[in-house]
Design a binder for this molecule. Structure first.
Ligand code: DSN
Length: 418
């Protein structure tokens, strides 16, 4: 009997060829987009499993369709493991991804028009943190805090002033492009002072919290923590809402039936697998190495005169001001690095004078490279290639040499699951 992949090859060669192409791309290049990772082989198996066939509206023990003995089992496993890993009272593992999970929190705990205090997009927040172009930005009254221009870190005095002035119903911390850790004690104090729900969007660093290398907002009494499951956590694409008991029922009703229909049970099986992996000693070591690699790469880039937003990193990512460092906008920098098979993403920087598709920087992160087993000396090698490439983005001979070197280097670091 042909395997599933053999059937795909026979019956849809175009999709099969693209799949093989993507596998090769992931193997021969270095993935430095901070929100990407290589998932566990067992997760790939679960994602391609028969759980994708099943409708399971509702929650374990309370479904709207029959035939749920195995789906209930995996959703219970995923919820229990999420509670154990994050030390929280309740977990909803059904959000289809990051935007849905944040929307479910706002829509479940607030009324349209309520005020939310969150980080401005260009200063590191996410689209769902109230960017005017997002539906959430239109539906709720977002007050957006910014970073301190002197050092690029969150200006907590200003956050407090904004909270006292605007009296938000929800105070949100968390980021997609901010290379520093969060002072949860201050955020929680501010939320309490104005009687707001305290929420962290830990999507980027959820895996580092799970692995114990970054602080856990629940240790500071936070009400709600959201995280995607496919970034530093190394799971399938998905999202989770973790919360204290008093919020559990509203959150569950908000995810289903409020916002979504049938959950993706193949993803929930994969989340259960991921959360078991996250409890291992190996994963804790991984989470530590992500941070060590990030600091090493940031230091090596700065030694070679690159300008980093905030002057360094405390987490898994850094933002390089490519205009200040190399006289290149972020799109040109991203494209030059693409040519040598080093994948990054163009990135707006605080108060960026340039538009989002030609911003002033790039964002770099170490979760995926660390998954492949890269360590400090490899980060220094990466910094050399990045600098060489961005100093001479039109020198085709040099780019071609770096590309060959990157490919040979990648041969030493297998990609899990390929
Ligand atoms: N797209 C994600 C990121 O790259 O940070 C956020 O949703």
């Amino acid at each position: 009997m042909p395997t599933n992949l053999e059937l795909l090859e026979q019956n849809d060669p175009a999709v099969f060829a693209a799949l093989r192409g993507e596998e090769a791309r992931q193997r021969v290049g270095i993935e430095l987009i901070p929100s990407e990772n290589y998932t566990f082989p067992e997760v790939l198996a679960a994602l391609g499993s028969v759980f994708t066939n099943k409708y399971s509206e509702g929650y374990p023990g309370r479904r709207y369709y029959g035939g749920q003995e195995f789906t209930d089992e995996i959703e219970n496993l995923a919820r229990d493991r999420a509670k154990a890993v994050f030390g929280c009272e309740h977990a909803n593992v059904q959000p289809l991804s990051g935007s849905a999970m944040n929307q479910a929190v706002y829509l479940g705990l607030l009324e349209p028009g309520d005020t939310i205090l969150a980080m401005d997009l260009s200063h590191g927040g996410h689209l769902t943190h109230g960017a005017p172009v997002s539906h959430m930005g239109k539906m709720f009254n977002f007050v957006r805090y910014v970073t301190d221009p002197s050092d690029g870190s969150i200006d907590y005095d200003q956050v407090r002033k904004d909270a006292l002035e605007h009296k938000p119903k929800l105070v949100l911390c968390g980021y997609t492009s901010y290379p520093r850790d969060i002072d949860y004690e201050k955020f929680k104090g501010i939320a309490d002072e104005v009687g707001a729900v305290s929420m962290t969007d830990a999507s980027h660093f959820g895996g580092l919290v799970a692995g114990g290398s970054m602080k856990n907002p629940f240790d500071f009494g936070f009400d709600v923590v959201t995280t995607t499951t496919h970034k530093s956590l190394r799971g399938p694409r998905g999202g989770m809402v973790l919360c204290r008991k008093p919020f559990a029922s509203k959150i569950d009703k908000s995810v289903f039936p409020g916002l979504q229909g049938g959950p993706h049970m193949n993803a929930i099986a994969a989340i259960a697998i991921t959360l078991q992996k996250a409890q291992s000693e190996e994963f804790k070591q991984y989470a530590r190495q992500v941070l060590i690699n990030s600091r090493t790469l940031a230091d090596a880039l700065m030694e070679k005169q690159a300008t980093l937003v905030t002057g360094g990193t405390d987490n898994h990512m850094m933002v390089v001001d490519t205009v200040a460092s190399f006289g290149l906008d972020g799109r040109v920098a991203e494209e030059a690095l693409d040519k040598v098979q080093i994948t990054t993403n163009k990135q707006i920087i605080p108060d960026d004078p340039n538009p989002p598709l030609r911003p002033s920087g790039i964002r770099i992160g170490t979760p995926a490279a660390t998954t492949r087993g890269m360590v400090e000396e490899d980060m220094r090698q990466l910094a050399d290639w990045i600098i060489k490439c961005l100093q001479n983005p039109e020198d085709e001979a040099s780019l071609s040499q770096i590309r060959d070197d990157v490919e040979a280097f990648c041969g030493r670091f297998p990609v899990p699951g390929i």
